[in-house]
Design a protein around this ligand. Structure first.
Ligand code: SF4
Length: 296
């Protein structure tokens, strides 16, 4: 693992200099960013994050069609009636998910918003320790959706696999990348994130680990774990917290998009790696830091 004092400067530079505006249109965050009203953005963000598995252009095409149909997400949710409006999503199909999963999403969201007013209040309501780890609070939030009254959607109240897939539980040990991404958007105070959930501290966030963040984290010595899991996410976050304890997941967007954009190939490539500020801590260049550097 790389010592935090060696990581600090390269990571801070990556965070500070990253071309966020160029990458936002390639990121799922562009969907909730369309909405100015915080109530609309909150619902749009959760729906987007739940469906954010696979490539952005693939789930994005389906999500675009759903968002075009529902209009203002908050009003749509509060007026949603499964029997009357169930047909809204009849053409929706994306990998594990089918129309009734979206029907269930809006039924559950309507119940939760009716009870708590906002998703943030629901999250805080289920948070046993506002200064403690985020996992129990996220577990409670996911359970609010899984334990909603969904008898009108699922016969015998047996949830579909697709609906359960939308709300993974930290206690199951998976990385919960999509729900952690939603939290990052809502909680972090600096762009590109929204900072709408002021009752939750950014210091408690856990990094959403996808394949890109996993690769980058291994390359620069943030983890040695072999499989993507909640423990890997905690380990990476713990290392980043040694650099910035108040906002450890601030590096997520830049790390993810550096790899996703092809600016890192997760291997030693003199041309691609030449301008990379992480090279000084990259395992692919261990012992050969100067190779490929042009000398004036
Ligand atoms: S030095 Fe190369 S392989 Fe290492 S992080 Fe940078 S671009 Fe990726």
């Amino acid at each position: 693992m790389t010592a935090p004092e060696r990581l600090r400067e390269p990571l801070e530079r990556l965070y500070r200099d990253f071309a966020y505006a160029e990458r936002i249109e390639r990121d799922a965050i562009r969907f909730p960013l369309r909405y100015d009203d915080p109530r609309d953005r909150e619902i749009a963000a959760l729906l987007t994050a739940c469906l954010a598995y696979g490539r952005v252009d693939l789930f994005g095409a389906q999500l675009d069609a759903v968002l075009a149909r529902i209009g203002a997400p908050y009003d749509f949710t509060m007026r949603f009636d499964a029997r009357r409006d169930g047909d809204t999503f009849r053409d929706f199909i994306y990998r594990f998910n089918r129309p009734r999963d979206l029907v269930a999403f809006f039924v559950a969201a309507r119940q939760i918003l009716g009870r708590h007013g906002t998703l943030e209040t629901c999250f805080v309501h289920g948070d046993p320790d506002p200064r403690g780890p985020i996992a129990p609070a996220l577990e409670g939030f996911a359970r609010a959706f899984l334990e909603a009254e969904l008898g009108d959607v699922f016969r015998g109240r047996r949830l579909s696999r697709g609906y359960r897939h939308l709300f993974p539980l930290p206690s199951a040990g998976g990385p919960c990348k999509r729900l952690l991404l939603f939290l990052r958007w809502m909680v972090r105070r600096e762009p590109p994130d929204f900072g709408l959930w002021t009752a939750v501290s950014p210091a408690r966030l856990v990094i959403p680990v996808d394949t890109h963040v996993e690769n980058m984290s291994r390359a620069i010595g943030l983890t040695r774990r072999k499989s993507r899991s909640w423990r890997m996410a905690e380990e990476i976050t713990g290392r980043l917290g040694l650099i910035d304890s108040r906002d450890p997941v601030k590096y997520d967007f830049a790390l993810c998009h550096k790899r996703m954009s092809g600016d890192c190939r997760d291997r030693r490539d003199p041309e691609v790696c030449e301008p990379c500020g992480l090279r000084v801590v990259c395992r692919h260049w261990a012992g050969r830091r100067d190779e490929g550097r042009s000398h004036a």
